[in-house]
Design a binder for this molecule. Structure first.
Ligand code: UD1
Length: 418
């Protein structure tokens, strides 16, 4: 298993380009089931994307990847099989996103339940109850969701009782080919969902955002072919911003839209980090005097849970204490034990973590536990002044494209060990 060896103490300098968004690519790839031929550009070639491509291939999609220019060609002209197997869904919860499009296009789908996840139980009850409102008959048998809609899905009015990114995406995709009009309220409004609806409109879907959390979709019988370029990865951008600040570096982060990461920019500025915003890039200039802060993770436009572990490292370096309330996932403080082993002083009580500031982090042998926790360990190792080894970085590889190569180019002392 690959490890990362990092010798901390170097500031991040120069410039770095952010890759395409993993969390936008996943639902867009699943939605391609609805149409024939699509060319997607700026797709990050990370393992979660490979898993989705394997899943699509396993049901009959023809896929060509051009590694050089990060383009994926998908040909769905052949009829799909409608079974998504456990082996392909178990490692990545987003596999469940094929449920909506398969059901909408073929009137049936058998998709493995995604299974457990280290950051919390992650149920899919919202996906299932909403699809039932659209006329699907759904049974759970032997760990599989068996869904049928003999005469096709029908438009419905659905109010999500809780905001869910995945449920909003699955239902928007399904509604594109349902009979009649669907109105979804209390939707998630993450930028990746807007990227998905922009793509779906490009292939001919009739989607209209009525207000920020309400969307109307008029089903159509057939969708078109298209080329589409995926938006930037705002979580990678945020991770790099925090890494630059934690190493007191000066780093230009390029190929982004700063307005989409307003909240993150604002929080870092409040902590004392200098950020210069331009049209498609920001420059982050770290400061020796960071202030502690209180953060609540919330659905967009709130502070993202996917940056909670990373910002915690910055809080360890601030003068004064900080607090984080994790409101999205139940078990998302697993990085705390590892950070405390590096000399941090973080206490967790239920949803709340208290981070004692002004702590010097030391190097250590570390264990990554999930995708974003691994990113926080990388930042902590860069910010310490000693050598660290991070094990199980397959978690990092799920969602960050060439992370160590990008950091190396910015002056980090980092190498992958096989
Ligand atoms: C997506 C992101 C993930 C991010 C998360 C929250 C992708 C591929 N993943 O995950 O990186 O951390 O949004 O921003 O885009 N819930 C239910 N029932 C459901 C569905 C969800 O109770 O049917 C709960 C979950 O347990 C969680 C909360 O709702 O507590 C939010 O989950 P959701 O927004 O669905 O996250 P994902 O789409 O899985």
């Amino acid at each position: 298993m690959d490890k990362l060896e990092i010798i901390g103490g170097r500031t991040l300098q120069g410039s770095v380009e952010v890759s395409g968004s993993k969390n936008a690519s996943l639902p867009i790839l699943a939605s391609c089931i609805l149409t024939n031929k699509v060319v997607l550009k700026n797709v990050p070639l990370v393992t979660d994307i490979q898993t989705m491509l394997n899943l699509l291939s396993s049901i009959g999609s023809k896929i060509k990847i051009n590694h050089q220019n990060k383009t994926i060609k998908i040909d769905n002209s052949k009829k799909h099989k409608t079974v998504a197997k456990y082996q392909l869904v178990k490692t990545m919860r987003a596999g469940v996103l094929v449920l909506g499009p398969l059901l909408a296009k073929y009137g049936k789908a058998t998709v493995s339940l995604p299974g457990g996840c280290s950051i919390g139980p992650r149920p899919i009850d919202l996906h299932i109850s909403a699809l039932k409102k659209m006329g699907a008959k759904i049974k759970i048998i032997n760990g599989y969701i068996h869904a049928t809609a003999k005469y096709g899905l029908k438009g419905a009015k659905i109010n999500f009782k809780k905001i869910s990114v995945g449920a909003t995406e699955n239902l928007i995709i399904a509604a594109c080919m349902a009979n009649g009009k669907t109105i979804l309220t209390n939707c998630a409004r993450e930028p990746e969902i807007k990227d998905l609806t922009n793509f779906l409109v490009k292939i001919g879907s009739k989607i209209r955002w009525i207000n920020k959390r309400k969307v109307e979709i008029e089903g159509v019988k057939k969708l078109n072919n298209a080329n589409y370029s995926i938006m930037f990865d705002r979580i990678e951008a945020g991770t790099l911003m925090i890494a630059a600040a934690a190493t007191r570096g000066s780093l230009a982060i390029k190929k982004i839209q700063p307005r989409i990461i307003n909240k993150e920019i604002d929080i870092l500025k409040k902590m004392g980090v200098k950020i210069i915003e331009k049209k498609n890039k920001i420059t982050v200039i770290g400061s020796k005097k960071l202030r502690g802060i209180k953060i609540n993770t919330l659905p967009y436009p709130g502070f993202p849970t996917d940056l909670q572990a990373q910002i915690m490292v910055l809080m360890c370096r601030a003068i004064g204490n900080s607090k984080i309330q994790e409101n999205i996932f139940e078990n998302r403080f697993m990085h705390v034990a590892e950070l405390n082993r590096m000399g941090a002083d973080i206490k967790v009580k239920g949803k709340q973590a208290t981070i004692i500031g002004n702590k010097k982090l030391s190097g250590a042998e570390l264990m990554a536990t999930d995708l974003r926790a691994s990113a926080s360990l990388v930042i902590a190792a860069l910010a310490s002044s000693e050598k660290s080894t991070i094990n199980r970085i397959y978690h990092l590889d799920r969602g960050y494209e060439k992370m160590e190569k990008k950091l190396l180019k910015c002056g980090a002392h980092i190498r992958r060990v096989k």
